[in-house]
Structures are given as structure tokens and as C-alpha cells.
Design a binder for this molecule. Structure first.
Ligand SMILES: CC(C)(COP(=O)(O)OP(=O)(O)OC[C@H]1O[C@@H](n2cnc3c(N)ncnc32)[C@H](O)[C@@H]1OP(=O)(O)O)[C@@H](O)C(=O)NCCC(=O)NCCS
Length: 149
């Protein structure tokens, strides 16, 4: 039976394995190493790990949401920096259940919005729309810094 609970620091190694596989594929094509994923996960969850969620089946971690509390103009908001489900467990509503649980917990804390970034070319984009998320006018901007020679 699926269990959703707060994430623990000891789960981060399993989260790293899921990220390595999930974000290697298009459209992401990210080139994480295990060490760098772990560094990123520790950074994003530092001091707030209990806000993040783990989905477990038979005590094995199969999905997670990394969440930060962000003080904003009139209220605090939740920012989901990563949501991922193990490849073999996708399309079984686990991602949806993680979002439903997150929303339930957020409402209890008086949080007024859940924010995240999604790649418009990914399956996740329509998944988020189905789950009630709307694209805003804000876009992610990047300046790539090449070498000068
Ligand atoms: C995006 C992601 C988190 C979604 O999690 P998931 O558990 O696969 O999602 P769900 O099963 O709740 O829903 C996924 C889709 O399957 C469909 N689905 C799920 N169960 C279904 C069922 N029993 N029958 C028919 N359709 C079903 C949903 O309607 C949804 O459709 P969509 O792809 O058109 O949106 C997951 O695919 C993932 O980890 N992707 C790689 C990493 C990623 O992109 N993360 C988000 C960026 S941070």
C-alpha cells in the first residue's frame, strides 16, 4: 500500500537515484552525477526537510517532492524544487497523490500558493496543469557564460 510521509535525510540517497534516471531523458538531458545530485538535494532541503514528502511502497521510496517554505510579499508560499517518481512507477497516480498531500499540508499551515518551475516541453507540464497549476507571466532567464577565447 502506498504511504506518503515527510521526507527524512536518510531518504536522500534514494531520491538521488530517481533523479539520475528521470532527468537524464529528454527534454531535460541533465548530466548529474550522484555526488552532485546529493549536494543539490541537501541544499534544497536544508533545515526544512520535514516539509518535503516521500512516497513509499512496501517501505521502498518510489517518489518524492522537495519543498521549501518561501516568505513572500503578503504570505509564505511553498516552492517545489523537485518532484519525481521512479521510472517504473510513473503513471500510477503517485505524483498526483504527492501533490494532493502537499496541498492538504499547505492548507493546514495557512499557505496560500504552491509554486514551481516546469519545462513546457515535458510531460510534467500537462501533469501540473491537470493538477490545477497555471503558467504565469514569469519565465526562467539564463545567461550562459562562455569562455572568452
Ligand atoms: C511528472 C511526474 C512527477 C508525474 O508523476 P506520475 O506519478 O507519473 O503522475 P500521475 O500518474 O499522477 O499522472 C501522470 C499521467 O498519467 C495519467 N494517469 C495516471 N494514472 C492513470 C490511470 N490509471 N489511467 C489513465 N491515466 C492515468 C495521468 O492522467 C497523467 O496524465 P498526463 O501525462 O497527460 O498528465 C513523473 O512523470 C516524473 O517523475 N517525471 C520525471 C521527472 C519530472 O519531469 N519531474 C517534474 C519536474 S520537477
Amino acid at each position: 500500500m502506498l504511504k506518503i510521509r515527510s521526507l527524512k535525510n536518510t531518504d536522500l540517497v534514494d531520491c538521488a537515484e530517481i533523479i539520475l534516471k528521470a532527468f537524464k531523458k529528454a527534454p531535460y538531458k541533465e548530466k548529474w552525477t550522484k555526488a552532485r545530485v546529493l549536494r543539490s538535494l541537501r541544499h534544497d532541503s536544508k533545515g526544512q526537510i520535514r516539509l518535503s514528502l516521500a512516497a513509499l511502497e512496501n517501505k521502498k521510496l518510489i517518489g518524492f517532492a522537495i519543498v521549501q517554505l518561501v516568505p513572500w510579499d503578503t504570505a509564505d508560499l511553498y516552492f517545489v524544487s523537485t518532484l519525481a517518481v521512479k521510472d517504473s512507477e510513473q503513471n500510477k497516480l503517485i505524483g498526483t497523490k504527492l501533490l494532493v498531500e502537499l496541498e492538504k499540508r499547505a492548507k493546514k499551515r495557512g499557505i496560500k500558493s504552491i509554486n514551481l518551475n516546469a519545462n513546457t516541453k515535458s510531460k510534467a507540464f500537462s501533469f501540473y496543469q491537470k493538477n490545477g497549476f497555471q503558467a504565469t507571466d514569469w519565465v526562467n532567464m539564463v545567461k550562459k557564460l562562455g569562455s572568452r577565447d
